[in-house]
Design a protein around this ligand. Structure first.
Ligand SMILES: Cc1ncc(COP(=O)(O)O)c(C=O)c1O
Length: 475
């Protein structure tokens, strides 16, 4: 492992950082005219590890987990925080959260295996998948002998599971029938989405469970991601609780994730301070009637992990293009691709790419105060290869400058691809004032060697077809 160690801690770390709106939480500090993470200048990280590079501040991550636990859950032990691994499955991120006391929400058999490798015991893992094959169900059931609880989101899957594995405990995912989330592609409830058993099918679900001796110990819902309206969250919870009485053996209810982290300068953070108490209030009726308290599972992904990550890239060119009508378009081109850092170009926000704040790594006190609008673009053969569009940046941005893209910890690396054969970015973690490379950027040769080696030749070679057969087969 390669390390660099910090300078003395940045005095501004907890205060206002020039160039970063106060609405945003980030691990970036500012010392002696240089942007830093735990006192380590961003420019030193790029000098040592190159770009494009993700930096995850693991101490910041741990603090954010404890912050969520305190503010949202009031540190009440009835809450079990199931970190949604899909947001970021980097092993050190997972280990940090497991050590901090998190449980984990997994979406595929491979995520279950990854959780187990990184500190989560079977009893701390919930497996919530959809469109499940019998083979995937059997893998999780047989491999863990029922010790990883499965959460089924359709009557059909429940029945298939019941027939094959009678007498087990299960959790059921319902569709809470509330539409919310920061992009239509991130809304996971309501009639237009595939997820969850309809609330009106609760009695039918109980009948199927009874028929196979299954005990329904948990109910689950997840409404969407980046929910800015706390009332939408509360309404989903009410809707789920409206069917809780059908399942007298319940031990917990799981209200999913979707807690909103701030991304934009003008965004007001959602105030979650009273949420824990409001949730417990909702459960009190159930507890009175059924004589026992329920645990509450929450599944934050983005809120826990987005802000600990920063993506570093270097400017390769600054271009200006003038159309015949005199309109000028400016581009900041960087040595990274939007498939390495995929979130901005995957989601839209009022016709623009999803907003991620971008800093140019120069002392803002010395930089030009004049701003221009730029598209910040990557190195792919794709017009949609964007990190930001129409973004105001200082007009002295130059080739060789490092840019830092904030909120890079959630759904950025995870949804990356190798489009145009661009290898994935390097990953550096920072802990206790030390930056360590945990995933190297592959050389072009090594990357292509690995890529090519994953393919095998068709067995027996290609069939040789007569020209007549070809016409029949291929038209
Ligand atoms: C079932 C489930 N739980 C939790 C999450 C985490 O959502 P977020 O990262 O917005 O908190 C998701 C995200 O899609 C999800 O599908």
């Amino acid at each position: 492992m390669v390390n660099i160690v910090s300078m003395p801690d940045a005095p501004e770390k907890m205060g206002i950082i020039p160039g970063i709106p106060s609405s945003l939480k980030s691990p970036i500090g500012f010392t002696d005219g240089r942007y830093t993470i735990q006192g380590i200048p961003l420019s030193d990280i790029v000098e040592q590890f190159g770009s494009a590079t993700y930096v995850y501040d693991l101490d910041f991550l741990k603090e954010q987990f404890h912050y969520f636990s305190k503010v949202v859950c009031g540190s009440n032990s009835r809450f079990k925080i199931h970190y949604a691994m899909k947001a970021n499955g980097e092993p050190h991120v997972l280990q940090t959260l497991a050590e901090a006391g998190a449980y984990v929400d997994t979406t595929s058999p491979a995520e279950v295996l990854l959780g187990l490798k990184n500190g989560f015991t079977e009893d701390r893992i919930l497996f919530t998948a959809n469109s499940l094959t019998d083979e995937a169900i059997a893998f999780v059931q047989n491999r863990f002998e029922g010790r990883v609880l499965m959460n089924f989101d359709s009557l059909d899957v429940l029945e298939r599971y019941g027939k094959a594995f009678q007498g087990n405990k299960v959790c059921l995912r319902f569709n809470p029938d509330v539409v919310a989330g920061e992009d239509p592609r991130l809304q996971t409830a309501g009639a237009k989405t595939k997820f969850g058993i309809a609330l009106s099918d609760a009695a039918e679900a109980k009948k199927i469970a009874d028929a196979y001796g299954l005990t329904v110990v948990g109910l689950h819902e997840h409404t969407g991601s980046g929910i800015s309206d706390k009332n939408a969250l509360l309404k989903s919870m009410d809707n789920l609780m409206s069917v809780a009485h059908v399942f007298p053996d319940l031990r917990f209810v799981d209200f999913g994730g979707g807690f909103k982290a701030t991304y934009k300068p003008d965004e007001k953070p959602v105030n979650y301070e009273s949420l824990g108490d409001e949730i417990l209030d909702k459960l009190s009726d159930f507890s009175k009637k059924f004589g026992h308290d329920l645990d509450v599972y929450l599944e934050p992904g983005k809120y826990i992990v987005a802000q600990c990550g920063v993506f570093l890239a270097s400017v390769t060119e600054v271009r200006q293009r003038e159309a015949a009508n005199g309109e000028v378009k400016r581009f900041v081109c960087v040595d990274a691709s939007s498939k390495q850092f995929a979130r901005p170009s995957n989601l839209m926000d009022n016709g623009n790419t999803a907003y991620h704040h971008i800093l140019i790594d120069k002392d803002p006190h010395c930089a030009s105060q004049n701003e221009q609008e730029y598209d910040v673009v990557g190195n792919l053969c794709l017009t949609g290869d964007l990190f930001a569009n129409n973004r105001k940046l200082s007009d002295d941005v130059r080739p060789g400058d490092v840019i830092a893209i904030l909120n890079g910890g959630a759904y950025c690396y995870e949804v990356s691809s190798i489009f145009n054969m661009v290898p994935s970015a390097a990953i550096v973690v920072v802990k206790d004032g030390k930056a360590s490379l945990v995933k190297a950027r592959e050389s072009y040769e090594k990357f292509i060697e690995k890529y090519q080696a994953e393919y095998t030749e068709p067995q027996g070679g290609y069939p040789s077809l007569s020209s007549k057969q070809r016409i029949i087969q291929f038209g």
